[in-house]
Design a protein around this ligand. Structure first.
Ligand SMILES: *Cc1c(COP(=O)(O)O)cnc(C)c1O
Length: 355
């Protein structure tokens, strides 16, 4: 284990790519900063993490990630304020969730200081890569996968933990999203891995999402695998609806991921006195509310977009438009959260973390 006094070894890049990047026109997650953190698990233990130039890695063709999909990840963002301080948002929750995901995939848990010290050292080294413009941030992707060899269907004996970062603009360029409530395919099942940020959960969504895109939607809203009766969540976002003035979101479970944005919104709602209910939400209730005009808002919540307002949803061949509100909960939550993230406001919750 590394103590806090023990520094992480750094191999610096000889040629920084930073001057080739247009920071005013950043895509999401496809331009990468100069360095990455790499840590190997071998012989039953995590070795010392090291930082090196961002580069491809080589793996044996029999590495178990390729065959059995043992892989988990996290998604977080680093922000820079006007005084060039660097901030993260509730990073210890990402650390805890990474281990929850790893455990479910029979992967070794990571010591906390490897994650936290690794993150801090990497962000300090690549601090110039953290954009400052509104809506932009450095997207941070910690992930662990099975690098150990063998065609035998069993957990690997070697793993890699990597943190890579990507200066990024807004997640959804078009602003408002049209979603399809899915009744044929399922994202997660009882007793399955839906609560884990495990790679295969996302691969399994691509095909149904492609079908939805062909029909003119951008995203799928998943319903329960049993009878497709209840709203669950979107691909990488939890879902909130506002019926009259009450906010409703489904309870987290082994099928619904415990989103950090979701729980932050619930805490803000409690503090601001916005009525909020965590309960199972029937698709029929949402359709009825849309028909009788009490459905005011629907939005996704997740690190990438923070809050992503839904403009319309499709269900059984009909589309239902949501009203355009001047004072939406969605914009209120987004402002409250991003003000904390960019250090523009007080943080009475203690969520902001100085790097
Ligand atoms: C990552 C993710 C979320 C959102 O979690 P945050 O911690 O808010 O980023 C929600 N649902 C799924 C399926 C996810 O993968």
């Amino acid at each position: 284990m590394i103590g806090t006094a023990q520094k992480i070894a750094i191999e610096k890049t000889k040629t920084s790519k930073i001057t080739s990047v247009d920071f005013d026109n950043l895509p999401f997650g496809s331009v990468f900063s100069d360095h990455m953190l790499v840590c190997d698990y071998r012989n039953g233990a995590w070795e010392a993490p090291k930082i090196m130039p961002y580069q491809p890695i080589s793996l044996d063709p029999s590495a178990k990630i390729f065959h059995y999909g043992q892989s988990v990840f996290e998604g977080m963002k680093a922000y820079r304020d006007k005084d060039h301080n660097i901030w993260l948002f509730r990073p210890e929750d990402n650390y805890k969730r990474l281990n929850v995901s790893s455990k479910r995939m029979a992967m070794p848990e990571l010591p906390k200081e490897y994650f936290m010290e690794g993150l801090k050292t990497l962000l300090q080294l690549d601090r110039d890569w953290i954009p400052q413009s509104e809506g932009s941030s450095l997207y941070v992707r910690p992930f662990i996968f099975a690098s150990g060899r063998g065609f035998h269907a069993s957990p690997a004996d070697e793993y890699k933990f990597i943190i890579a970062t990507a200066p990024s603009g807004a997640y959804f360029s078009s602003g408002k999203v049209k979603v399809l409530i899915e009744e044929t395919y399922s994202r997660a099942a009882n007793g399955g891995v839906g609560f884990a940020k495990a790679g295969g959960n996302y691969a399994g969504q691509f095909y149904p999402t492609q079908l939805a895109v062909e029909k003119g939607y951008q995203q799928v809203i998943w319903t329960d695998d049993n009878a497709h009766e209840y709203i669950e969540e979107a691909g990488a976002m939890n879902i909130f609806v506002r019926i009259k003035d009450t906010l409703v979101t489904g309870p987290v479970s082994d099928r619904i991921l415990d989103g950090i944005t979701r729980k932050s919104i619930l805490e803000i709602a409690r503090e601001e006195g916005i009525p909020a209910e965590v309960r199972k939400l029937k698709v029929n209730e949402v359709v009825e509310a849309a028909k009788n005009g009490t459905l005011k808002e629907m939005f996704g919540a997740g690190t990438a977009a923070v809050v992503s307002p839904i403009a319309a949803f499709g269900y059984r061949g009909s589309d239902y438009d949501l009203p355009q509100l001047e004072k939406s909960y969605a914009s209120r939550f987004k402002k409250r959260i991003t003000d904390i993230q960019y250090n523009r406001s007080e943080d009475s919750f203690g969520w902001r973390f100085k790097v």
